[in-house]
Structures are given as structure tokens and as C-alpha cells.
Design a protein around this ligand. Structure first.
Ligand code: HEC
Length: 132
């Protein structure tokens, strides 16, 4: 009687031990996946700016990672990392009016149909690309 009870208890303990050890491995496996899911790319500036850039002709001259006719967006983000508001305002105006001389002799065409606010959102989106 006692033996059977002990056997049962040992079996139960073993089961519990196995279960809790699988739980611990699960928890460590899940943690990094969760960290990736909570991405800074949920930032509304990022999504709004990306949509505006996609609607306009920007990507005919700019790529995110490589230089095309204009500098890559990552290079722009690195050059203006942590730029104050007045620099962002100036970059937005140069998108609207066109610009040249900061990266070479090739000018950027003007985009007169964009509002200052839209252009600033695009600049703020480009600057988020510095974070990788
Ligand atoms: C016709 C090609 C072309 C198009 C279209 C274009 N760009 Fe450019 N862009 C350039 C070139 C060339 C430069 C570098 C100008 C310079 O040397 O100052 C540039 C520079 C920039 C800069 C950096 C400006 C500075 O003063 O450092 C930003 C920001 C930018 N572009 C954003 C945009 C956005 C946003 C759009 C879409 C609305 C866009 N570009 C469309 C060619 C283009």
C-alpha cells in the first residue's frame, strides 16, 4: 500500500518537474520574439512618412540603403541624426523648392504640390532610418 503510494507520488513529482522545465524553455524562447514584435516602426511618423514617400516620386531618385541619383535615405539619416526642428524645416523646404550643393552637383527637383507639413513628415520618417 505504502509502496504503491510512493510510486504514485514519485510519478506525480516527475510529471510536475518535466512540465515546469518545458515551461521555462518556452518562456526563454518566446522572449526575443516578443521583443521584435514591439518594434519602433509602429511610430506614426514612420508609417505616415513612408506612405507619403511612396505616393510621391521620391523613390525614383532615392533608395533606402544605396545611393541612386540622390543620396540614400540612411546616409541622409546619418548626416542629420538628432537635427533640431529648424534643420528639419529647412530640409522640408528644400524638398518643396528643390535643392543642390549638399551632396554634390546633381540637383533635387522641386515638389511644389507638397505642403510644408507633408514634407516635414517625410523628413522625420527618413531620419528614423538611422536607428536601423
Ligand atoms: C530627380 C531626383 C530626385 C527626386 C525625385 C527626389 N530627390 Fe531628394 N535628392 C535628390 C538629390 C540629387 C539630392 C542631393 C541634393 C544636394 O546635393 O543637396 C537629394 C537630397 C534630398 C534630401 C537631403 C537634402 C539636403 O539638403 O541634404 C532629402 C531629405 C530628400 N532628398 C528627400 C526627398 C524626398 C522626400 C523626395 C520625394 C518627395 C525626394 N527627395 C525626391 C534627388 C531627388
Amino acid at each position: 500500500m505504502i509502496n504503491r503510494y510512493t510510486f504514485f507520488l514519485v510519478a506525480l513529482l516527475c510529471l510536475l518537474a518535466c512540465q515546469s522545465s518545458t515551461n521555462t524553455t518556452d518562456a526563454t524562447n518566446v522572449a526575443p520574439t516578443n521583443a521584435v514584435a514591439v518594434s519602433p516602426k509602429k511610430d506614426p511618423v514612420y508609417t505616415k512618412g513612408l506612405a507619403l514617400v511612396g505616393k510621391s516620386d521620391c523613390l525614383t531618385c532615392h533608395k533606402i540603403d544605396d545611393k541612386l541619383i540622390g543620396p540614400s535615405y540612411k546616409d541622409i539619416a546619418t548626416k542629420y541624426a538628432g537635427a533640431p526642428n529648424d534643420v528639419i524645416t529647412a530640409l522640408a523646404s528644400s524638398i518643396i523648392k528643390g535643392g543642390s550643393g549638399n551632396w554634390g552637383n546633381v540637383p533635387m527637383t522641386p515638389h511644389p504640390t507638397l505642403s510644408q507639413e507633408e514634407a516635414e513628415t517625410m523628413v522625420r520618417y527618413i531620419l528614423t532610418l538611422n536607428e536601423k
